[in-house]
Design a protein around this ligand. Structure first.
Ligand code: AQP
Length: 344
């Protein structure tokens, strides 16, 4: 008898991703994640959620959380997600995420979670005061993805390690419960310019909602003046732009601005340098500001228009949650049987 490789996962391709309602969305969230959602929805069945259960791993004001969820939903719609095409919903409206996460907490190993760099970054020096939820966040993320048996996960580069963990959990579950290919091993879609947008104040730190300095990021809701001012004040160096991409090595801030320009313009960094080589930031920054305003300005305007009608956003989220539950519930029912639960 010859050893046969297990058959590949045979289920349909499905996209899943989400964003936490933890503050104003910024250019990094847009280029690393949102912009991909709108494109993928026309190619593959797409599920996009607002990660309010992830959000409470750090304190959120209960009086504001619901409106923060609506803001993310508005950003999804304003950046091109179509609720008639994609399924858009709030994570907390689908309790199957939490139920599967418990089973995965019992599948994942402590050693795997100990390696997660995002927990180390977020917990900082106060690990023992962090919530347990922050530590097991990547396990809930695995449940978010696998409860829909999603195969593609469009995210920024910072999420790659969590996606590896999701694959490890899927593989161990399939093995431990003798269910070959029950869960797919999903791929992170991180390619493309804008996969890692850096802070405007520090080229070695990623642009982040939770950075205390608003000057470090361009928010989707910033008006033209704010965008222009943030770009003008962005940290740079005194040298002119080089002729080649290699010439940006060791110039983190310059590299970041060129990468942002390229991502917003739909061009390569080499093409951008082809146009601006030899010019200083005094010439480059106003062009970048104009470009950012032309791309982000309409998005901010559309978000404001959508947020003026919260009932319509709630209607979209409600319909999305129903569709999402219809897919998640059978997965969890099968998991209950596989695990051997009394209520399976
Ligand atoms: N700087 C970034 N460059 C590219 N992609 C990014 N993403 C976040 N920052 C960048 C991507 O945006 C999606 C949503 O992220 P999230 O809100 O779920 O959490 P996050 O990664 O923790 O984002 P932030 O902005 O840094 O939030 P806080 O400060 O609350 O932690 C993900 O696909 C992420 O990769």
């Amino acid at each position: 008898m010859t050893d046969q490789a297990p058959a590949p996962y045979a289920g349909p391709e499905r996209v899943l991703s989400g964003v936490q309602p933890t503050g104003d969305l910024h250019l990094g969230n847009y280029l690393g994640a949102l912009v991909k959602f709108g494109r993928l929805q026309h190619e593959i069945e797409t599920f996009i959620f607002v990660a309010d259960m992830h959000a409470i791993t750090e304190w959120q004001d209960p009086a504001k959380l619901k409106s923060q969820v609506r803001e993310i939903a508005a950003a999804y719609l304003a950046t091109g997600l179509d609720p008639k095409v994609a399924t858009i919903f709030a994570q907390s409206a689908v309790p199957e995420h939490a139920e599967l996460a418990w089973v995965f907490n019992c599948v994942a190993r402590l050693g795997w979670l100990d390696r997660m760099t995002q927990f180390k970054d977020k917990a900082g020096k106060h690990k023992e005061r962090s919530s347990v939820g922050l530590y097991t966040y990547p396990v809930l993320q695995a449940a978010d993805i696998l409860v829909y048996k999603a195969t593609k996960v469009p995210v920024g580069e910072d999420q790659r390690q969590h996606l590896e963990l999701t694959r490890d959990i899927a593989q161990k579950f399939n093995h431990d419960f003798d269910a070959p290919n029950f869960f797919p091993l999903p791929d992170a879609l991180t390619q493309g310019p804008g996969a890692r947008v850096m802070s405007l104040r520090d080229g070695s730190a990623k642009m982040s909602k939770s950075d205390p300095s608003d000057q470090s990021r361009i928010n989707l809701t910033d008006d033209a003046d704010a965008i222009a001012q943030k770009v003008r004040k962005a940290r740079t160096d005194p040298d002119p732009l080089p002729e080649t991409v290699e010439g940006l090595e060791g110039r983190a801030e310059a590299k970041n601005l060129v990468a942002i320009y390229a991502a917003l313009a739909g061009r390569t960094e080499a093409q951008v340098l082809g146009e601006f080589a030899g010019q200083g930031f005094g010439a480059f920054k106003p062009k970048l500001a104009d470009l950012a305003v032309s791309v982000l300005g309409p998005i901010g305007g559309e978000m404001r228009r959508l947020l003026a009608d919260p009932a319509e956003i709630d209607r979209i989220l409600g319909a999305g949650a129903e569709k999402a539950r219809a897919l998640a519930a059978p997965t969890v029912a099968e998991v209950r049987k596989l695990v051997g639960f009394w209520a399976g």
